[in-house]
Design a binder for this molecule. Structure first.
Ligand code: PLP
Length: 368
């Protein structure tokens, strides 16, 4: 059962963190776990589960609130009244940051960079409008970096959140999530997973879970599906982020052991051509989970991840028949379709209007 949270369960395990690590509650509930009975039967296995992080917050769910609980608390502690972050034009992270900045009376800006256009990208841009996010668009990564540097030089009171909120501080959100999972296992809400499937984008979610699983003494293998560039979300970079996050914890609790992360696997086979470009396997996986379990995924992260899970199970059916497999659903499920339908893209900065004026025909089967 989900229950109301008073403080991160991580602070209960490491009480010395509480005085030094900033945190503010944005995700009111522990997210429930659920067995996917129909889908596991169709796949011929006995124990397939989902961790419903789509329900982290009634304002905007998915994996972002867990990171923002630490990051925006830090912004508040540092008396910043503005926040700047970065992402692709369809970034869920930028939308979520704007949504929670509104809640905390912080002014938000996002420096956005090109990604392939899908319905989901358009909808997120309209949500940026709804959350009054100040948008700065550049077509190239280099252009975006220059704009960010200029902005930060101009206004030293801005709190900067890097890609996906995946700094060691933001990553703590998912160290905490692993302890939440451990608690649910102890409570008998699900068996201890043998495998956990999760999207690896800016790496904070995966690195945090990888570190947290080790600290919580779980035997789970973290099977991360890489959905961003191989030079960026590599196994080395993901492990490095876990190491840096461990160092942050060790500042407050010197008894923390040195850890190794051999239980992390990164699979890049479902990435496709480029970041944000839907793949046929991803779209097929989105359709399968929607039709069997009524769960909505999107094509950039969770669709590709679920495609990886399905392929893994099909390839290793005999080996995994009696194993427990957990899919970590990182996609917001708060329905903003009503709001989106009332937004007019002409109110976006002019240099983003092309997103709505280009044909989408290639991806017309995409579900949002
Ligand atoms: C829906 C969704 N899932 C997964 C991820 C990946 O998480 P991370 O950036 O922590 O790797 C993102 C990141 O934006 C996301 O929006």
């Amino acid at each position: 059962m989900s229950e109301s949270r008073k403080k991160p369960i991580l602070f209960e395990n490491y009480p010395d963190l509480e005085s030094g690590i900033p945190w503010i509650k944005l995700a009111p509930m522990r997210t429930p776990v659920k067995q996917l009975n129909k889908l596991q039967e169709d796949l011929g296995i006995n124990s397939l589960w989902v961790k419903q992080d789509n329900l982290t917050s009634p304002i905007y769910g998915g994996n972002k609130p867990r990171k923002l609980e630490f990051l925006l608390a830090d912004a508040k502690n540092k008396d910043c009244d503005k926040v700047l972050t970065v992402g692709g034009i369809g970034s869920n992270h930028c939308v979520a940051t704007a949504a929670f900045c509104n809640e905390l009376n912080l002014k938000s800006s996002a420096a956005l960079v090109y990604q392939p256009i899908t319905i989901h990208v358009r909808n997120n841009l309209l949500l940026e409008l709804y959350f009054k996010n100040n948008l700065i668009y550049s077509h190239t990564q280099r252009g975006m970096s220059l704009r960010v540097r200029w902005q930060l030089r101009k206004d030293i009171d801005i709190y900067y959140i890097g890609t996906g909120g995946s700094s060691p501080l933001g990553t703590l959100g998912f160290v905490n999530a692993a302890f939440e999972l451990k608690d649910q296992i102890i409570n008998g809400e699900l068996p201890e997973p043998d495998y956990l499937f999760v999207a690896n984008g800016s790496m904070g979610t995966t690195a945090g879970l990888t570190l947290g699983i080790k600290l919580a003494n779980l035997k789970t293998v973290v099977y991360a599906i890489r959905v961003t560039d191989p030079t960026f979300a590599s196994v080395e970079n993901t492990q490095n982020l876990a190491v840096k996050t461990r160092s942050l914890l060790a500042k407050y609790d010197q008894s923390l052991p040195n850890l190794s992360f051999e239980h992390l696997i990164i699979d890049g086979n479902y990435y496709g051509e480029t970041y944000g470009k839907p793949t046929s396997e991803g779209l097929e996986a989105i359709k399968i989970i929607k039709e069997t379990e009524g769960i909505t995924l999107e094509p950039t992260y969770t669709g590709k991840t679920f495609a990886g899970l399905i392929a893994y199970v099909r390839a290793k059916k005999n080996e995994v028949k009696d194993k427990t497999i957990l899919f970590w659903n990182t996609f917001n499920s708060k329905d903003y379709s009503n709001v989106i339908s009332k937004m007019d893209y002409h109110r976006l900065p002019k240099n983003l209007h092309w997103v709505f004026e280009q044909s989408l025909s290639k991806f017309k089967n995409e579900r949002v």
